[in-house]
Write a protein that binds this ligand. Structure first.
Ligand code: NI
Length: 386
């Protein structure tokens, strides 16, 4: 297998760089979808569109799928700040999470599976999923709703991860990524002249108090053995240096690994917001919206990932898991037994830019590992079902 993967690598690197040069946001992956469709057709698939800009393809049409392999397609609303020869040509959009690499891996798997279409003892489905990133995301949920998993027994997915040592596989049974909820807080006070705070109800000072007090939600409302995060990523108010504005808006996120912890964080944050608002005479509107659920790996599927890594002679561990980041692969994992694993992409000295960092770029060295992992998982699962 190694030789087959190696011989395909130059094409996969070229594909990856082409996708990197033309990044597209969630549910706008039109060109990317075209590249995927064209490649799959060239390798004898009859791919179909799903979730608008996604693609589903079966190795052998009309058969139930022993497993599905998922790759995500979308880029981030970030500016490319590298001077790579294949840097993004789309202003304000860039592949800063490595989904270009994930897509290239999925296409590599598709090409190599196609060489064994007639001899493999079962069907494999390929899922190219749009819109993994952000509030507009949830492409996995749409794909599930549109029947992308009909006839599928198990689902596997991966993510490159610069926080783990390069070339290692990380996987665990149970939760591997967190539930994420978005927080929106609007504080309405009374605006006025900056020289006369006594006539105002200052929403900026109230917002600052909320942020400070919110730091106690995890540290004082949760047991030290529970995991959770409350982070604010946006605080907007006012436009002038000498005007106290009437309104402030804060946006944040909550991460948790269990429903009880999640409820405790919600209750704690509500208490903080209500207390600060009452104490400072401002009106608070707090909204907490559920985004992605906890991503929970099936025990048997996680074992299959470990077995595949060992078969390839690749180091595999569960250290560092779960991560408190989130992934909409969780919707696939809610619908079918699944496993999501990580390909370490970090340098030993820990200086590799992480996902979503402006200097991040997918490491092409991982293409061969990603393709080999998926192919080996497919071989193991197809052999096990006979
Ligand atoms: Ni990602």
């Amino acid at each position: 297998m190694r030789r087959r993967v190696e011989s395909l690598l130059p094409q996969l690197v070229a594909l990856r760089h082409d996708l990197h040069r033309h990044p597209e946001l969630g549910f706008a992956e039109r060109r990317t979808q075209g590249v995927v469709l064209e490649w799959l057709e060239r390798h004898g698939y009859r791919p179909r569109r799903c979730a608008d800009t996604g693609v589903v393809a079966d190795l052998r049409d009309g058969e139930p799928a022993v497993l599905a392999i998922r790759a995500d397609l979308d880029a981030l609303p970030m500016q490319e700040e590298t001077d790579l020869p294949y840097r993004s040509t789309h202003d304000g959009v860039a592949h800063k999470c490595g989904h270009d690499g994930h897509t290239a891996i999925g296409l590599g798997v598709a090409a190599l599976l196609a060489e064994e279409r007639g001899t493999l003892p079962g069907n494999v489905r390929l899922l190219f999923q749009p819109a993994e990133e952000g509030v507009r995301g949830g492409g996995a949920r749409v794909m599930v709703a549109e029947g992308a998993l009909d006839g599928v027994a198990e689902v596997y997915g991966l993510h490159n991860w610069p926080g783990f040592p390069k070339g290692e596989v990380r996987v665990a049974a149970g939760p591997v990524m967190a539930q994420v909820d978005s927080v929106s807080l609007v504080l309405r006070g009374v605006g006025g002249h900056g020289s006369q705070p006594q006539h105002c109800r200052d929403p900026i000072v109230a917002g600052a108090q909320v942020i400070t007090a919110a730091q106690t939600v995890v540290s004082r409302h949760l047991s030290a053995l529970e995991s959770g995060v409350v982070s604010f990523g946006s605080f907007h108010a006012g436009r002038a240096n000498n005007v106290i504005p009437g309104r402030a808006e804060l946006l944040g996120s909550i991460r948790s690994l269990s429903p009880t912890t999640r409820q405790r964080i919600h209750d704690g944050l509500r208490q903080v917001v209500e207390g600060v608002a009452a104490g400072m005479g401002v009106h608070a509107e707090l909204r907490i919206d559920s985004e992605y659920p906890v991503l929970r790996n099936d025990v048997g599927c996680a074992e299959a990932v470990g077995d595949a890594a060992r078969a390839l002679g690749v180091a595999v561990a569960d250290a560092g898991l779960p991560l408190l980041a989130s992934e909409d692969f969780a919707y696939f994992a809610q619908a079918r037994p699944s496993a999501y694993f990580f390909l370490g992409a970090g340098s030993p000295v820990g200086t590799t830019p992480g996902c979503h960092h402006p200097d991040f770029d997918f490491d092409d060295d991982l293409l061969s590992l990603g393709v080999s992992m998926f192919l080996t998982i497919a071989e193991l699962r197809l052999a096990a079902q006979r």
